[in-house]
Design a protein around this ligand. Structure first.
Ligand code: AHR
Length: 500
């Protein structure tokens, strides 16, 4: 197969918001306990945070982290997670049938984030709670001092306000599995009231209203329209969530996950813009794609099956998916989709970060290792420039059972004053693809970095016993002649090129 693209620094899509490279830590399984936090681990610091995990989180290049859920947040009482540890209540987490000790709470997580060099994106509980509790939490986090809750924060050791800017108004409220799930009208009214109230307290917030839990939800589209009709003037962003897995579709369709993400983004944009037109508004609502990843629900069987009330474990091994080469290629292609929509996607969160459907895995008392998906995320976060460019991509196509005709090669291009980055995926399961890039408009550049993910065994994975089975490969086949770069992409591969 063949593909060609034309790179011109004047063909801008839009600015790349660094928040596209966000992630997500939920109180779920071993994400927090035995994940980021394990007092007693040889690398743990004075607060009990694992130094080896922090090092990899920084290497991953994560800009913002959504917290504390997820489904967990819809039953969460934030007050449980602050104040003296020995007085914090132990609660049952209905979302994941686990026991939450609240040993790690808001202050501890904020402290961990400073060490991780990342920013907090906080979700409020609109499942079992409402406007008042959201306001209380906002007062606690953002008011400098002089009120009961802000003074309580100061007394609890955090003198400076946490100054949280981005807030999610609940989580997946369209999902029947969600505590406090309600219809779009009821959620839209609650979200509107909550947003207005939060802005009355702090007018510097960026508020994310819940969109759909995935594109196949029966309410997808109608949910966004109704929720936005209620909240358009009150919020800034609408969320998208989506997960893909190889096991429920054929390989060719799985490799086209980025195409599916493109469709979801464009459909939500169209819906938001139609509400804008009907309201004659000059405000544009963009997307926070705040849960996305490969997640194969069947691949990791939970070890601690819940047997009844009173037996819910602490930090069980839940959703500990093991990622393959093809999963990494798909993750790379999903990042390509996000970059190609940089004009309308302002923020995104890889779900999740440690142990739970995560790029980083740990063993208690033992090793930390990188899953295959670590690599495309870390490289894209590091190499993505300030501006996304259209690539004028022309590619051979193939037929997928899930999405019809899809391009075999997909690409995203970014640029900044230091150079240009090109991200490529070859979705062919059998053949290499030859890609020619017209780079004449870039002037005299050379390839300063070229790395790929591919393998003869597309289902190879990194494991605790073989943590380095899969890693980045350096590519030396990119050739530049007379303003044209030619590169051969192996079957089922993801590649990043840096030109400077
Ligand atoms: O990321 C795991 C779960 O997936 C989240 O808790 C929920 O929001 C989604 O359904």
């Amino acid at each position: 197969p063949k593909a060609s693209l034309t790179i011109n620094p004047n063909f801008a899509i839009g600015a790349v918001d660094r928040r596209l490279f966000g992630s997500f830590v939920e109180h779920l399984g071993r994400a927090v306990y035995d994940g980021i936090y394990e007092p007693g681990h040889p690398t743990a610091d004075e607060e009990g945070f694992r130094g080896d995990v922090l090092e990899l989180v920084r290497e991953l290049g994560v800009s913002t982290i959504r917290y504390p859920g997820g489904n967990f947040v819809s039953g969460f009482k934030w007050e449980d997670s602050v104040g003296p540890r020995e007085q914090r209540p132990t609660r049952l987490d209905l979302a994941w049938h686990s026991t939450e000790t609240n040993e790690v709470g808001l202050h501890e997580f904020a402290s961990w984030l400073r060490k991780a060099e990342s920013e907090l994106m906080l979700a409020v509980n609109l499942g079992t709670r409402g406007v008042e509790e959201a306001l209380d939490l906002l007062e606690y986090t953002n008011v400098p001092s002089g009120s009961t809750l802000s003074d309580q924060r100061v007394a609890n050791g955090q003198v400076e306000p946490l100054a949280v800017k981005m807030w999610c108004l609940g989580n997946e409220m369209d999902g029947p599995w969600q505590l406090g799930h309600r219809n779009a009208d009821d959620y839209g009214k609650l979200a509107s009231m909550t947003a207005k109230a939060m802005r009355q307290l702090d007018d510097g917030l960026e508020l994310v209203v819940c969109g759909s839990s995935n594109r196949t939800m029966p309410t997808f589209g109608a949910w966004e329209r109704t929720v936005l009709e209620h909240t358009y003037d009150d919020i800034d962003l609408i969320s998208c969530h989506a997960y893909w897995a190889e096991n429920n579709i054929d390989l060719g369709s799985f490799l086209a996950a980025g195409y599916d993400m493109d469709q979801m983004i464009e459909e939500v944009v169209a819906t938001a813009d139609s509400v804008k037109a009907a309201r004659k508004s000059d405000k544009t609502i963009n997307i926070s794609f705040d849960e996305w990843n490969v997640w194969d629900i069947n691949r990791y069987q939970e070890q601690d099956a819940v047997t009844g009330v009173g037996t819910w474990p602490k930090a069980p091994r839940l959703l500990e998916d093991s990622y393959t080469v093809v999963d990494a290629v798909v993750v790379g292609s999903l990042l390509i989709s996000l970059l190609n929509h940089a004009d309308r996607v302002s923020s995104a969160s890889l779900a999740q970060l440690v142990n739970v459907i995560a790029p980083i895995m740990t063993e208690p008392g033992g090793a930390v290792w990188k899953q295959t998906t670590f690599f495309p995320f870390a490289v894209t976060s590091r190499l993505a420039g300030a501006t996304a460019l259209t690539s004028r991509l022309v590619s051979d196509t193939y037929e997928t059972s899930a999405y019809g005709t899809v391009k075999i090669v997909d690409a995203a291009v970014t640029t900044d004053s230091e150079g240009t980055s090109v991200f490529l995926v070859n979705r062919s399961t059998t053949d290499a693809s030859t890609v020619t890039l017209d780079i004449a408009a870039l002037g005299d550049v050379s390839v300063v970095e070229a790395v790929s993910i591919f393998d003869d065994d597309i289902h190879a994975a990194n494991t605790v016993s073989d943590p380095s089975r899969v890693s980045l490969r350096t590519i030396t086949t990119a050739d530049i002649t007379n303003g044209t770069l030619t590169i051969e992409l192996p079957p089922v591969s993801w590649t990043a090129l840096r030109l400077a």
